[in-house]
Design a protein around this ligand. Structure first.
Ligand code: NDP
Ligand code: MG
Length: 396
């Protein structure tokens, strides 16, 4: 062991992945990159490997992996290229890795998150969908594997930063938590005009720069719905103790309301390198590259309720948390299919909500109390097929 943090970045070509490498590049004395992974952006992966010389690189598709391997070999880079989803699990559980940044998008990230959890890694969790699908099964894997789970999602990082290090005191101290949401690009838009919005309009986020899937989720506020579910598991809170409020400036990243009604908040510029740096260095603090807050230029910090007519998807989270086991996996799978189809121009913006609500009310998860991860993955697949059929029937 070299003394450096040996890091694997799953989803290194994405928004969180590149921000993670940006922070890591500021700390060559304490962070060493062991593995990287990509799905479609292989040119970026090749460039990352030539910069970082990781031991492993993973590409989902075998033909693309062979192409990356050839290009790296020609350039004299000795990175071993692995192919397929199983290889993601292998590099996540590698005995010579200390920390895993889980930044694959969607439920596709669940198996590798579980592998890292079971192998007892420091697991930097950006992939909220894994927790929404995996729920109790995922948290059990973290406990059994002795993993250290550190949230990267900015709201959950904020809550985590406000709470004491000793988790055993959380339940006694916390009255409720408040997740902040920017309200996305349609916060003030006439709800009747939302049917017609385009993918590019939905992806034009006012305060954060992110991947396309999460940008659409922010525009529908399904992102906050997924985050309510994420918080339920991360902080072991009943759903009634998790609230969401719109805060358009994205400066207050979330708040903890203590038993005595004292409120603790974490503030900063909207830059994911802050929670990423915190996750990499925890419990220490390191430079992240983010700009500091300019206090005198801050005109106002405002807060408002989310309008149910504009953001009906938000309220599905509490509904799913009260449903039978597997309901949150149903909601997540439906949403992934719906967002993909919306981005492909096959359904309208408000169809995303309609498909999610229909999936939640009509699909029976049929999971017993002993359900494991394979049952959740089967359920995820079943929902995708069903929602795909509904969308074909109603889409453009
Ligand atoms: P991006 O779409 O920018 O990146 C996703 C990454 O996952 C890419 O490296 C992509 O590869 C890879 N990937 C996509 N599909 C698959 C697949 N089927 N198998 C393996 N790898 C795959 O997403 P973000 O970085 O925005 O988000 C990543 C996760 O972090 C999401 O779960 C999101 O909800 C969460 N998150 C993101 C935030 C943000 O600010 N971006 C904030 C908080 C949470 P490739 O690019 O090569 O196709
Ligand atoms: Mg977030």
């Amino acid at each position: 062991m070299s003394g450096k943090l040996r890091l694997t970045v799953l989803g290194s070509t994405g928004s969180i992945g590149t921000s993670t490498l940006d922070v890591a590049a500021r700390h060559p004395d304490r962070i060493e990159v062991r593995a990287l992974s990509a799905h479609s952006r292989v040119d970026e992966l090749v460039a990352q490997c030539l910069q970082w010389h990781p031991r492993h690189a993973v590409v989902t598709d075998a033909a693309k992996a062979a192409d990356v391997a050839r290009r790296l070999k020609d350039a004299g880079c000795r990175t071993e290229v692995l192919a397929g989803p199983e290889a993601l699990c292998e590099v996540a559980a590698d005995a010579e890795v200390d920390a895993v940044m889980a930044a694959v998008v969607g439920a596709a990230g669940l198996p590798s998150c579980l592998a890292a959890a079971r192998a007892g890694k420091r697991l930097l969790l950006a992939n909220k969908e894994a927790l929404v699908v995996g729920g109790a099964v995922f948290m059990r894997a973290v406990k059994d594997g002795g993993a250290t789970l550190i949230p990267i999602d900015s709201e959950h990082s904020a809550i985590f930063q406000c709470l004491p290090e000793d988790r055993r005191t959380w339940a006694q101290r916390v009255d409720h938590i408040i997740l902040t949401a920017s309200g996305g690009p349609f916060r003030q838009r006439d709800p009747d005009s939302l049917e017609a919005v385009t993918p590019d309009e939905a992806c034009a986020h006012p305060t954060w720069v992110m991947g396309r899937k999460i940008s659409v989720d922010s525009a529908t506020m399904m992102n906050k719905a997924l985050e309510v579910i994420e918080a339920r598991w991360l902080f072991d809170l009943e759903p009634s103790r998790i609230r969401a409020v719109i805060h358009p400036q994205s400066i207050v990243h979330s708040m903890v309301v203590c038993r005595d009604q004292s409120v603790l908040a974490q503030l900063g510029t909207p830059d994911m390198r802050v929670p990423i740096a915190y996750g990499l260095a925890w419990p220490e603090r390191i430079e992240s590259g983010a700009q500091g807050l300019n206090w005198t230029a801050l005109k106002a910090l405002t807060f408002e309720e989310a309008d149910e007519r504009r953001f009906p998807g938000l309220f599905l989270s509490w509904h799913a948390l009260q449903g039978p086991l597997g309901s949150t996996a149903v909601l997540n799978a439906a949403n992934e299919v719906a967002v993909e189809r919306f981005l492909a121009g096959r359904i309208g913006f408000m169809d995303i909500y309609r498909l999610n609500a229909r999936a939640l009310s009509e699909i029976d998860p049929r999971l017993g109390p002993q359900a494991g991860v394979d049952d959740l993955i089967d359920l995820d697949q079943r929902v995708r097929v069903q929602v795909g059929q509904w969308s074909d029937a109603t889409g453009r």
